[in-house]
Design a protein around this ligand. Structure first.
Ligand code: MSP
Length: 510
């Protein structure tokens, strides 16, 4: 069994922004988590390169669409490497490989008698690459997302018989597990209950796209083409490069993680297209919220866009990941505030987690021969119980995509251990040699807690996790079974501890 998770395929009209980094970081953590659990994972990302929006962007940059796509796709690819994103497949929809899958798929849908020629009239948002439902004052109406006027279109297009799949789509979206969170599920149920309408899947007057076989002058609608990228990605560079190849390698996807604005395409159009072609729909769609900056929508014109490259060079991946994963509940909107960002990463990572480790390894080295204390009970009951509860909750949260809650589970554990250390005051107890055994026990308990914190952080903050394990001289644990090591009492008494170095520096608020 392969666990398949996907990000959206990002439009190459511009370089990555914080929104794309956000989605990709969430997917990365989920992919890493499942790998640590021992699953085989295929983590898919890539770029959506066709359509009017990209054609126009290339034109305005004085480049051919293909040259423009090469430039921006390279930026996306190297950006994910800079962020240490563990993707397995990176699909470009302008590749020959993808074209052959789109043609293969189209044949299947046509054989199901689900394609016909019709006339498409309506108001189109080029930014969304989507027809809008009869807005009032259409000619002056602006797309709420792109703040641009809609364009009138009236052309002969091929249509897909979406209406035929009303019953199947209703059944699918009635399954509580298919769309998350609940508010998003309700939005889609409401939309579907109004009755599904066929939608156009080809364009005339558009060169930059995949040509429709036997339909002179037609290229595929960019969404029809792009959604298939999820399937073409799986068999990319594999021996059987076909739809069957992807099915054999694990399709359907376990999760499509996307922003709330593109839910209809994923939860309605895409499953219907797949059912028509006799292919299973994805198992789950998660619609995450939107990020704003200091309470405002991020936009070039407002000048408040956060450049991920800058953010990465200034703060490093772990701090940004912690903020995005812990502070924003998956599914809700989130706000990036500079002050809040600095406060959270300083409090959680530097003070609560970093300091706990630093002061305990220092005490242990000073009092116990640069080592983890010996002659202790490695399984004190209250710690076995507390840690087991933390681990169980963390696993439960990660398995149900409640990443923020999983992060809080680690943090709350670290807070409790800090309180324990402060209450026990080993630095006072050590002054009397009669307390030696008690001090050893306290120090062991805190060091062992740090080891567990590092393991729990692993899919979320890999670097910080490794730094903690290195300070505990436990780096070899990485090559062992993560799940088995998620148990209290694995840290061996007597292990040498290296000289403490701060694992994460505090930030100053500018
Ligand atoms: N190309 C399509 C997806 C095709 S998938 C087969 C597309 N691309 S996009 O680049 O415009 O958007 C990619 C993702 O970024 C979407 O999931 C969208 O919701 C997300 N975001 C765009 N702005 C965002 C924020 N400000 N905050 C969070 N995510 C946001 O749509």
């Amino acid at each position: 069994m392969t666990y398949i998770i996907t990000t959206p395929l990002y439009y190459v009209n511009d370089k990555p922004h914080l929104g794309s980094v956000y989605t990709t970081i969430i997917c990365d953590s989920i992919a890493k988590y499942n790998r640590l659990k021992g699953e085989k994972v295929t983590f898919i990302t890539g770029v959506d390169e066709h359509g009017l929006k990209i054609q126009r962007t290339a034109q305005s940059n004085g480049l051919s669409p293909s040259d423009h796509c090469d430039v921006i796709s390279d930026i996306f690819y190297s950006n994910w490497n800079d962020w240490n994103i563990s993707f397995d497949k990176f699909i470009r929809t302008s590749s020959k490989h993808h074209l052959s899958i789109v043609h293969e798929f189209y044949k299947k849908v046509r054989n199901s008698n689900d394609i016909y020629m019709g006339v498409q009239k309506g108001w189109y948002c080029v930014g969304c690459e989507e027809f809008k439902d009869n807005p009032d004052n259409s000619s002056t109406y602006q797309c709420p997302i792109h703040k641009k006027n809609l364009e009138w279109k009236n052309e002969e297009n091929l249509f897909f018989r979406l209406s035929k799949y009303q019953k199947e789509i209703e059944e699918l979206i009635n399954n509580e597990n298919f769309i998350e969170p609940k508010e998003r599920r309700n939005e889609i149920r409401n939309f579907v209950s109004k009755g599904l309408k066929d939608f156009s899947i080809s364009r005339t007057n558009l060169n930059w796209g995949i040509s429709v076989p036997e339909e002179e002058g037609h290229t595929f609608y960019v969404w029809f083409d792009a959604l298939l990228g999820y399937i073409s990605a799986i068999c990319l560079n594999e021996s059987n490069q076909s739809i069957d190849g992807s099915i054999n390698l694990g399709w359907p996807a376990d999760v499509h993680l996307i922003g709330k604005d593109i839910l209809r395409f994923h939860a309605v159009y895409w499953p219907a297209m797949l059912i028509s072609a006799g292919i299973k729909p994805p198992k789950k769609i998660i619609g995450h919220g939107f990020l704003t900056r200091e309470g405002m929508k991020m936009g070039k014109s407002i000048g408040n866009v956060l450049d991920p490259k800058l953010l990465l060079s200034k703060y490093g991946e772990d701090r940004v990941r912690w903020f995005l994963l812990k502070d924003i509940i998956l599914g809700s909107d989130g706000d990036f505030q500079d002050k809040r960002f600095v406060d959270i990463v300083n409090n959680d990572l530097a003070n609560t987690i970093g300091n706990l480790l630093n002061r305990t390894t220092s005490m242990s080295r000073k009092w116990f021969d640069n080592s983890v204390p010996t002659d202790i009970n490695v399984k004190e009951k209250q710690f076995v119980e507390l840690s087991q509860k933390t681990i169980d909750n963390y696993l439960k949260y990660f398995d149900t995509y409640s990443i923020s809650q999983a992060c809080n589970e680690i943090l709350n554990f670290a807070i409790k251990i800090n309180l324990y250390l402060n209450d026990e005051k080993p630095w006072v107890l050590i002054k009397n040699t009669n307390n030696n055994n008690q001090v050893k026990q306290i120090i062991y308990n805190v060091l062992e807690s740090n080891r567990l914190i590092a393991l729990l952080l692993k899919p979320i903050l890999s670097d910080l996790s490794n730094n903690i394990l290195a300070q505990l001289n436990q780096i070899e644990i990485e090559n062992e079974n993560w799940k088995d090591n998620l148990n209290w009492g694995i840290l061996k008494p007597g292990v040498k501890l290296p000289k403490p170095i701060p694992i994460i520096e505090k930030l100053e608020y500018e």
